[in-house]
Design a protein around this ligand. Structure first.
Ligand code: SAM
Ligand code: SF4
Length: 349
């Protein structure tokens, strides 16, 4: 995984030789997802309301502080970091953090630095991401139809995202396309998206909508169980289960007709918590030990309490002892409220 040669200037002297953090259910916590901003240049209907109130900028950790927090996790055995949001690439000067964290990849202390993006800023940043040590990214795309794209993202420009995908592939970044499966929106388009993705050498993952945060619509109208989608796809394609894993919750099949891979992320119909290896950090320094639960740890106070990392390290250890067994998402007509009040853009998808 670590394909860099030569000495690395400026890398923090981290030796990740400790055993990984282990939660109360025996799961090793090796994956940190960091929401670097709750803001976004899109307003996807399943993710946000059109009029969102975002955090005041003063509440955000600085990029230097986020870097220090990430480095603390790396020294405690985290091997993979994903930057997400909101839209990670709209945070001002985000490349500072990417470059700093990339040093840990180059030094061998981190196996992978990656990000999930809506693609709107990729044309601008693709080369720099690659130079910083990023090799794979996830791009979220729910349709190939520019008008439908406008409808689902409210503010997005399809052609800009396509330019971003072109630029990223040209820069050498491997892309996985992520599509949220939405009833009456893209359920009959996934087959075409699959042909598009696999035709361009990209894996694809489909994901069920999760009940996170108030949006302007009724989630029961959007929810499409992937068991149904899969049955529909099997009318067009031969899907064979494969043991392929990317460190995430997706279960993969190989699509015989295209030769590519398709992942299913099924938080609603198949609980994947038993193999959960991750925790999520927000841009205010709050650590969520589960995407679908409210319990959290305040790492900002520990971070700011001292210049050395002893408090921080103790606060992280304490948080890991509270990692719950799993989440319990339900979407049906009797559960009108979201399972958790925060939006996906707070903790990152
Ligand atoms: N803005 C970036 C993007 O869209 O890729 C990163 C953040 S976004 C919150 C991460 C992922 O979460 C996206 O793939 C998005 O489609 C997905 N997502 C957002 N809200 C969701 C929800 N309620 N249920 C399921 N997935 C959701
Ligand atoms: Fe923004 Fe991503 Fe949420 Fe869409 S899914 S509104 S791009 S954070």
């Amino acid at each position: 995984m670590n394909s860099f040669a030569g000495p690395v200037a400026g890398a923090a002297p981290i030796t990740a030789d400790k055993a990984p953090m282990i939660d109360p259910f025996g799961r090793a916590v090796t994956y940190l997802r960091v929401s670097v901003t709750d803001r976004c240049d899109f307003r996807c209907t399943y993710c946000m309301a059109e009029n969102m109130t975002f955090l005041p900028k003063k509440d955000l950790l600085t990029l230097e502080e986020l870097n220090r927090l990430c480095s603390a996790f790396i020294s405690k055995g985290v091997r993979k970091i994903r930057l997400t949001g909101g839209e990670p690439l709209v945070r001002k000067n985000i490349m500072f953090l990417v470059r700093e964290l990339g040093q840990h990849v180059k030094a061998g202390a981190l196996d992978e630095l990656t990000l999930t993006t809506n693609g709107s800023q990729l044309a601008k940043y693709a080369d720099e991401l690659y130079d910083s040590g990023v090799r794979r990214i996830n791009v979220s795309l729910d349709t190939l139809n520019p008008e439908k794209f406008k409808a689902i993202t409210r503010w997005g420009d399809f052609h800009k995202v396509m330019e971003g995908i072109d630029a990223a592939q040209k820069a050498g970044l491997k892309i996985k396309l992520n599509a949220v499966a939405l009833k009456d929106f893209n359920e009959f388009e996934i087959a075409d998206m699959l042909r598009f993705a696999h035709g361009r050498g990209m894996d694809m993952t489909v994901i069920e909508t999760m009940p996170m945060g108030e949006i302007d619509e009724d989630r029961t109208d959007q929810y499409l169980p992937l068991s149904k989608l899969r049955a529909d796809l099997e009318e067009h394609f031969t899907l064979t289960e494969i043991p392929y894993k990317t460190g995430g919750p997706a279960r993969y099949v190989e699509v015989e007709e295209t030769g590519g891979r398709l992942g299913f992320i099924t938080p609603m119909t198949h609980n994947f918590c038993e193999s959960c290896n991750r925790v999520r950090l927000t841009c205010t320094g709050t650590l969520y030990m589960c995407l679908g639960q409210n319990d959290a740890a305040d790492l900002r106070t520990a971070l700011r309490a001292s210049e050395n990392d002893d408090y921080l390290s103790a606060a992280i250890d304490e948080a890991i002892t509270r990692k719950p067994k799993g989440h319990d998402f339900i979407i049906d007509r009797t559960h009108k409220r979201p399972a958790v009040a925060r939006h996906m853009s707070v903790t990152g998808g």
